[in-house]
Write a protein of this length. Sequence first.
Length: 216
Amino acid sequence: MLPYTAEVLFSLMGRYNAAMGPGVAVAPVLALAALALALRPQPGGGRAIAAILAAGWLWSGGVFHGQYLAPLNFAAPIYATGFAVQGLLLLLSGVVLGRLTFRLRADAPGVAGVAVIVLALVVDPVLGWLAGWPVAQTPVVGLAPNPTALFTLGMLLLARPVVPFHLLVLPVVWALWSGWMSWTLAIPSDLALPAAALLAIGVAVRTRLWREVASG
């Protein structure tokens, strides 16, 4: 049993969004910029995408979990730590070492990645509105944990030549855990999280196995 209800959580999200001010508009724009860089790769694009993704994880962990959720949930510091680790991994792999390349192609990872990205940016918010949650309480990609994890899963499926498994672990773990919490709180729109996590794992494993067979 969670120590709060869905109504309390969404009320918190409304206060959080209000406190973020222009960030509520800036964060989705940055997410769209990351997607644009995958659609039309540019020099340094991989580093820019990794930096945008890392910023979303570090902010969601440090500010949402660490400051806003902490008074409601004793596990919030654990969540914050996990999000910080994911943000640092993205910074190390993608920004410092420059080992991440993102490119949209008409293959299984590309189609799955776009589907998960659309889920994060469009479908999940719309489902929330249809369920009766006010627009002002909508979790925002880059600021809130769930859409940030979903968007990251989608973008990682666009990584080339293969999806980096070490960067999938924490987003998948969070998506599965958050899916359970959403089930407990009766928030149907977020039940897509575990489905997206399983899809990402399946596509990543299939792509890596196919690559090994082709090269062997």
